[in-house]
Write a protein that binds this ligand. Structure first.
Ligand code: FES
Ligand SMILES: [Fe+2]
Length: 381
């Protein structure tokens, strides 16, 4: 049932009931103050996708993840434990590592060669032996929370944030119903799609399939059975589920298990989507904020090996069409949100929570508001 409880949001016409509510005002998508508040209250407090576990398999492997003006290095130490640190030297703040690779020894700062063990402890600081007050054992890289869910590694800059399992209850098990052994897959392909739009426009575009029949003809007729598409709201994540197109499938299906004829996807608050396409093909699609009006859609595919088979490549290319169709939609919306002829829109909602229902867009906006508080005009942010 739709919830028609009293409005508790500090925005005119934004109500707890999606069917009655107006959407966020346009200003939320280009205001510097809103973006700054989102950085602090959303991106620096929530679990952020880093990479698939196959990219950090061996001891000494590392992966640098840049998140707005912050940089984090995730690595596997010599005992096999995953660790994450702010990517900054404790001497004079030089950046420590770049990209991804294997550390054969310690982490050595490029500036004055301070060397850190993989557990973050300072091991060597040259020319300090005559300094009575210098105690290397007191110096350590600043740790960041790191956790895993269904074969994916996430970090959280908030040291007090609850772990992934409690933040997204039931998500790991749900993913495994459609991709039983996600950690056994290999990272095989990635592509960035720059988008001239606020990151929320990109997430909202993902959060409904009202636009699919008109804007994604191949997805709607050769991949998903739109009549069976549904979106379920859960705690901090949304589950998208649809049957496949049977004989009309636009690519070759694999027969991997009892649910391999389903499309199942999850929006994971605030900016990650995990997808399993019919046949068990798996990808992650996430929305990286750059500035108030620019973002990047990052697509990563996980295959049976590090090089996609011909059959897997066909699926990657089939789905890539959807990105090419969505990017201009997002960019047009971004321009429209600045129009003096637009203030707030409405959500199309049906009780069946079907393909054409936008209740998940509303739920996403609710999560944004819950995180950032009052609108700019109220003086709240
Ligand atoms: S800044 Fe890293 S050793 Fe000096
Ligand atoms: Fe789309």
């Amino acid at each position: 049932m739709l919830d028609r409880t009293k409005n508790r949001y500090p925005i005119e016409n934004f109500t707890a009931c999606a069917a009655d509510s107006s959407s966020l005002p346009g200003e939320y998508y280009f205001s510097d103050r809103v973006f700054e508040t989102e950085q602090q209250n959303i991106f620096f407090k929530t679990w952020q996708f880093v990479c698939h576990v196959s990219r950090l398999e061996g001891a000494g492997s590392y992966y640098v993840h840049d998140l707005l003006d912050q940089s984090i290095v995730v690595l596997r130490d010599r005992s096999g434990q995953l660790r994450a640190f702010h990517n900054v030297c404790q001497h004079r703040a030089h950046r420590l590592l770049e990209g991804t690779g294997e550390l054969t020894g310690r982490i050595v700062c490029p500036y004055h060669s301070w060397a850190y063990n993989l557990d973050g402890r300072l091991a060597v600081a040259q020319r300090t032996n005559r300094m009575d007050t210098f105690d290397a054992s007191q110096i350590c890289l600043q740790a960041v929370q790191v956790d895993q869910l269904a074969g994916f590694i996430f970090i959280n800059l908030d040291p007090h944030a609850p772990d992934l399992a409690s933040t997204y209850p039931g998500l790991d098990a749900e993913i495994r119903k459609y991709s039983p052994h996600p950690e056994k897959l290999k990272f095989a392909y990635t592509k960035d799609y720059p988008v001239e739009a606020n990151w929320k426009v990109s997430v909202e575009n993902y959060s409904e399939c009202y636009h699919c029949p008109g804007c994604h003809p191949s997805l709607s007729t050769q991949a998903l059975d739109m009549g069976s598409y549904s979106i379920t709201l859960n705690s901090n994540f949304h589950s998208h589920l649809s049957g496949d197109c049977g004989d009309n499938q636009g690519y070759q299906l694999r027969e991997e298990g009892p649910n391999s004829n389903y499309f199942a996807a999850w929006f994971v608050w605030p900016n990650v989507c995990i997808e399993v396409f019919p046949g068990g093909y798996m990808d992650v699609f996430y929305h990286r904020p750059i500035d108030p009006e620019r973002s990047v859609q990052v697509v990563e595919w996980y295959c049976l090996d590090t090089v996609p088979t011909k059959e897997e490549q066909d699926v990657i290319e089939f789905v890539a069409e959807v990105r090419d169709e969505d990017v201009p939609l997002c960019e047009s919306v971004q321009r429209g949100l600045r129009s003096k002829g637009f203030s707030q829109g409405r959500f199309i909602v049906d009780e069946a929570l079907s393909d054409h229902s936008e209740h998940a867009v509303h739920d996403f906006q609710r999560l944004v508001l819950d995180s950032i508080g009052a609108p700019p005009e109220s003086g709240g942010i």
